[in-house]
Design a protein around this ligand. Structure first.
Ligand code: NDP
Length: 435
């Protein structure tokens, strides 16, 4: 009896020790992963702005050898152009046109409202700037001429605003931050943000920045490059016209379908910090315009056959991207619609269903495949003599590949067996028989 108790006691102690050792090693692993993450974030925060300036300089100046310094990059006019653009977009966002939609309820029970009028905002902006340019009242090519200075102002403004978001996050209740994964580490909190959806009055800053600053800024920068081409050569080159046209269609489609952004991971679960602020103000507009700026300074001749092939690739990519997104978004908002009556679905334990037919029965992320093909199509007019026009495509492949894993982990956590069943039935993520 005694030895039995002793055996039980010592096995209990061994188990307990084992658990403690496991917990300690888990803690060490988590801490070292956090240190690595923190180092990576610190490095990215410095390297990404430098990379944007380097790439713009390289595209604009034939040999990329123009020395950049604070004195060549800082320009008050460029700073005011950027601020004027942001304020104008804010004014359009607050205009009582468009509609207001309710977002997902967060874990703390809040449900934000979003003003959907981005499509009107881009049309108004293009019409206003286009008219001013047409009548000689504004020099829209300044966007191209001063792109390095505007990007530099964007970097400075991103740092400043991120400090504001960081400080502002201490004014909201602990309850509001509780579920948002506060890291308690300055670099992580500053870069990844502490608040999910910071607001100033009616302005939901993250939602506003995502398409209004990033995407409209990208469109304007592209149009400014096109205007520069027209002013320099009397007409736009075919290759540049193709790139600007393809990208404008993509941007207009995103703004037309702005409502679907409300339900993306960025809005529902990612905090708003420096990385996202910099991403919207600088990274998206300037790295996405690299093809256009490259073509302005390195013109390419395209044959009609090449144009036909590129247009076909774009059309196929855009069709996959647009139709698959549309099918899922409509299925999510109106699952009972007759259009879905004949489609196969899987029931999940949360009450929602997963589509296993058509686009979503072909691949688990058909929209990502379409997105990548579209990115390829607007890089091809630049030819193959430089890697720069293909960098955005490589970033896109990297981001979307990582995202398939994040989204799938999240779906697995939420839907469990139903998600496993979905993966069994739809074997490939983005590329049939390959990935
Ligand atoms: P998705 O639009 O693909 O949304 C993923 C969500 O869709 C899942 O979390 C799940 O949410 C739902 N879902 C997944 N499978 C099914 C199914 N079979 N049936 C029904 N619902 C399903 O992803 P994102 O939000 O990441 O992307 C939105 C768009 O933005 C994409 O077109 C993408 O290409 C683009 N994008 C582009 C980037 C770029 O760098 N170019 C970067 C990021 C996004 P739930 O079940 O909760 O509804």
């Amino acid at each position: 009896m005694n030895s039995h108790c002793q055996n039980q006691g010592s096995s209990f102690l061994r188990k307990k020790e084992g658990n403690i050792v496991r917990e300690e090693s888990d803690q060490i692993a988590t801490a070292s992963a956090r240190v690595k993450d923190t180092r990576r974030l610190a490095l990215l925060s410095v390297c990404l702005p430098v990379l944007v300036l380097y790439l713009l300089n390289k595209c604009k100046n034939e040999d990329g050898s123009k020395m950049l310094s604070f004195f060549t990059l800082w320009d008050l006019n460029s700073f005011f152009i950027l601020i004027g653009f942001v304020l104008f977009q804010m004014m359009l966002y607050l205009l009582p046109i468009g509609k207001v939609v309710k977002g997902k309820r967060t874990t703390t029970g809040e449900q934000d409202h979003y003003h959907i009028n981005g499509f009107y905002a881009i049309l108004i902006t293009i019409v206003v700037l286009g008219s001013l340019w047409f009548f000689g009242l504004a020099d829209v090519t300044i966007g191209h001429d001063k792109c390095l200075q505007i990007a530099f102002s964007g970097i400075s403004v991103s740092v400043f605003l991120s400090i504001v978001w960081f400080l502002k996050s201490f004014t909201v209740t602990k309850e509001q931050l509780k579920n948002y994964g506060e890291k308690g580490n300055f670099i992580q909190d500053f870069c990844m943000g502490r608040e999910l959806n910071p607001k100033f009055g009616k302005l939901n800053i993250k939602f506003f920045s995502m398409l209004r600053i990033g995407f409209i800024g990208w469109a304007l920068f592209n149009l400014s490059i096109l205007a520069e081409d027209i002013e320099q050569n009397g007409r736009a080159s075919l290759a540049l016209g193709l790139v600007v046209g393809f990208q404008l269609l993509y941007i207009l489609e995103a703004l037309y379908d702005e409502e679907s952004v409300v339900f993306t991971k960025e809005i529902t679960s990612d905090m708003f910090g420096y990385i996202m602020t910099f991403g919207e103000i600088v990274w998206i507009p300037f790295t996405s315009s690299l093809q256009a700026i490259y073509l302005l300074h390195h013109p390419q001749e395209l044959t009609y056959l090449q144009v036909a092939i590129i247009v076909l690739i774009y059309a196929v990519g855009f069709f996959i991207y647009n139709r698959s997104n549309d099918q899922k978004n409509k299925f999510r908002s109106h699952p009972q619609d007759v259009a879905f009556a004949g489609l196969e679905t899987i029931d999940t334990n949360t009450g929602t269903k997963l589509l296993v037919s058509e686009w979503w029965g072909w691949l688990r992320h058909p929209n990502y495949l379409g997105d990548i093909v579209v990115h390829l199509a607007w890089s091809l007019p630049c030819g193959f003599s430089h890697i720069i026009p293909y960098l955005q495509l490589l970033f896109c492949i990297h981001i979307l590949t990582k995202r398939t894993i994040e989204i799938e982990e999240d779906c697995h956590r939420r839907y469990g067996a139903a998600w496993e069943e979905y993966c069994r039935r739809v074997k490939y993520r983005m590329l049939p028989y390959i990935y």
